[in-house]
Design a protein around this ligand. Sequence first.
Ligand code: ATP
Ligand code: MG
Length: 311
Amino acid sequence: MIEVQQLTKYFGAVLAVDHVSFAIDRGAIVGFLGPNGAGKSTTMRILTTYLPATSGSAKVAGYDVRNQAMEVRQSLGYLPENVPLYPEMRVDEYLQFRAKLKGVDRSQRKQRLHYCIDRCRLTGVQRRLIGTLSRGYRQRVGLAEAMIHDPPILILDEPTAGLDPNQQQDTLGLIRELRENHTIILSTHILPEVEEVCAQVIIIAQGRVVLQDALDQLTKDSEILIEVRADRAEVESVLKTMNGVAQVNPQAADDPGLASFSIVTVDQQDLREPISRQLTQRGWTFRRLDLRRRTLREHFVAATMGRRSTN
Ligand SMILES: Nc1ncnc2c1ncn2[C@@H]1O[C@H](COP(=O)(O)OP(=O)(O)OP(=O)(O)O)[C@@H](O)[C@H]1O
Ligand SMILES: [Mg+2]
């Protein structure tokens, strides 16, 4: 549905997007993550045809962003980082105007308008001037505008930034419902949101893709943490001979009589019980035996470490 190849964008001497490539299948919900200044918004602006790339290519719904901009815009709804709205227009007038501009058929317009106002919880403010709305409500008007022509793809740049927790949850609920029949790219800094609604993540840092995977694969990544009252070298040698153990990493212990390790297993197997059997049969006792999944936050930090932007 979206195909990006070697996409590169310079702003003068600043390299904002650096040979980025990825592909997103129809129906995928992708979390597009990265530190501030990583190039997320720039990539999204190129995909939505609001900014030309310096080099490389991008196709959206089969259309080239460079020379089929009209078709690309028809295929997607875009919620930009800073939503441009007309402050002197009323919410319903604005959405109607945008629906017309986006070519929504006259016979469909009323029904689409009603649907988007309802779904974005704008019913109570539809007659208000946009300029008098709070930031959160303006964000929802932006989302309604992105959806008004019922595009198959939604590109949402921090849709929940600045929203209160109730509105965040509401917007996430809406995105969860939209998953059914849309392909969605969602940029956010709120990682639990990604864990809640996305199936895949793409992490970029300093304009480059540094990690790209299915979320369930990432969070399968685990380590087993143990603390055993025994000689560290002896415990280590027993662990290293066990089937399925890939790495045995010594950890600092707060008690000199304890041996503490982080164990990585082949294929993320849960070896807690075999480990427990092996060590207790030697008369050693455990203070700790835990399986810990790596969180998205840990993946994010590891993938972007040393690649934080300086601006
Ligand atoms: N119009 C512009 N002119 C010059 N430099 C720009 C312009 N837009 C973006 N940049 C630069 O490009 C880089 C990437 O910016 P971008 O807005 O894409 O980052 P981002 O990943 O969306 O960050 P954030 O998480 O803060 O929104 C930054 O170094 C930024 O300063
Ligand atoms: Mg941004």
